[in-house]
Design a protein around this ligand. Structure first.
Ligand SMILES: Cc1ncc(COP(=O)(O)O)c(C=O)c1O
Length: 382
């Protein structure tokens, strides 16, 4: 489909092309020196001691859950208004995701009071998700975690460059997990990163990332190691040098894109409130700063959402839904029903939510087209 305005777009230029070409010409493609540089620069960017690049954020989340020792019998509190990978990663370890509600229709992040109500003697961790790049209430969540001796993990897939209390999101809990999937604020196609200040966790993550082995092919190639032992049941979640090369360039360009996303979001807010006030934009007030990953809106209650999205499509505007609630997916619903813990705000938000286009290279004129298309779409289906 040839969209007039796509939902998201990548911005690759000569710098990205040159960086990948340089790797190809170097004849070392699997994880090596370029990845080490990327990790060093990412750690500096988010302000942690360690950063480890991986194949994608789902792998990062899995490794984070495994490294903190989650396993069968453990419960992990997680929002349902997220991408399914946040919950699946918990399940990979044998632990059980327990779904918490969101704060409100104005703040679609996990609610601390819902978290508190779900803590049992089996709860071991809270996996927060900074929805759309907006910070969860980390102070209150940290306080709950401390009181109940719980680990806090951060799914920061949306939040590269967002900050709270002067620190990047993804560095408030034990481990932060970032995504470089194609629709993210910076991309390597597929890719992800783990960030932590904890030396022993970093070592565990490093070993789990590559088959539980004590040395890498790169170390052996460089003559730094001749052999290896296998000390844990690990995975192959390594990134490659082409992606790391892309990541280094994209990381350098990220602050300018995040700034642009903020300007575009402000413009959306102005135009929507002026031209289509029936459409609500959550996160009018936010904690800290955001990288404005996506542009979520809430349609009027009981409006035909599919009809709205069709009418937008007919005008060349791509929209999406973030997200169908995870607790309603077949593989999660029975367990959620058995717990009898309703999630009314999540259900309402996810029934009314639509995501409008937002990306760093978008123009103000395109924002206006989208808002005018939304005005027209509402007229058509009302
Ligand atoms: C909130 C959230 N968590 C996890 C992921 C998984 O990221 P990846 O595609 O890099 O595995 C995504 C991806 O879109 C996401 O949005």
């Amino acid at each position: 489909m040839n969209w007039r305005v796509p939902l998201a777009d990548i911005d690759f230029g000569p710098q990205e092309e040159a960086a990948v070409l340089e790797v190809l010409r170097s004849r070392w493609l699997s994880m090596g020196e370029v990845t080490r540089q990327f990790e060093k620069e990412f750690a500096e960017f988010v302000g942690t001691k360690h950063a480890l690049a991986v194949t994608n954020a789902t792998a990062a989340l899995h490794l984070a859950c495994a490294a903190v020792g989650l396993g069968p019998g453990d419960e992990v509190i997680v929002p349902s208004l997220t991408f399914v990978a946040s919950a699946n990663a918990i399940r990979y370890t044998g632990a059980t995701p327990v779904f918490a509600d969101i704060e409100s229709l104005g703040d679609l992040n996990i609610s601390p009071s819902s978290i508190e109500s779900l803590v049992t003697e089996k709860t071991k961790a809270i996996l927060v998700v900074h929805y759309a790049g907006f910070a969860c209430d980390m102070r209150t969540i940290a306080e709950i975690a401390q009181r109940h001796d719980l680990v806090v993990l951060e799914d920061s897939a949306h939040a590269i460059g967002s900050k709270l209390d002067g620190r990047c999101l993804g560095t408030h809990g034990r481990i932060g997990c970032y995504s470089f999937f194609s629709n993210k604020n910076m991309t390597t196609g597929e890719g992800g990163m783990l960030a932590t200040d904890d030396d022993s966790l970093a070592e565990r993550l490093r070993i789990l990332r590559s088959h539980g082995m004590t040395s890498l092919s790169w170390d052996r190639h460089k003559g730094h190691a001749a052999t290896y032992d296998v000390v844990d049941l690990g995975y192959n979640y390594r990134i490659d040098e082409m992606r790391s090369a892309l990541g280094r360039v994209q990381l350098g360009r990220l602050p300018a894109w995040n700034k642009r996303r903020r300007e575009l979001t402000t413009l959306y807010r102005e135009l929507l409130s002026e031209l289509v006030p029936e459409i609500q934009m959550p996160f009018a007030e936010i904690r800290g700063t955001s990288c404005y990953h996506i542009l979520p809106v809430l349609l009027p209650d009981r409006l035909d959402r599919a009809g709205f999205m069709e009418a937008m499509k007919a005008q060349g505007i791509q929209t999406s839904i973030h997200y169908p609630p995870v607790h309603r997916f077949q593989i999660y619903e029975a367990d959620w029903l058995a717990r009898a813990h309703p999630l009314p705000l999540t259900e309402e938000a996810s029934a009314r939510q639509v995501t409008l286009p937002l990306y760093g290279s978008m123009s103000g004129e395109q924002v206006e087209w989208v808002v005018r298309a939304a005005e027209q779409a509402l007229r058509e289906i009302s």
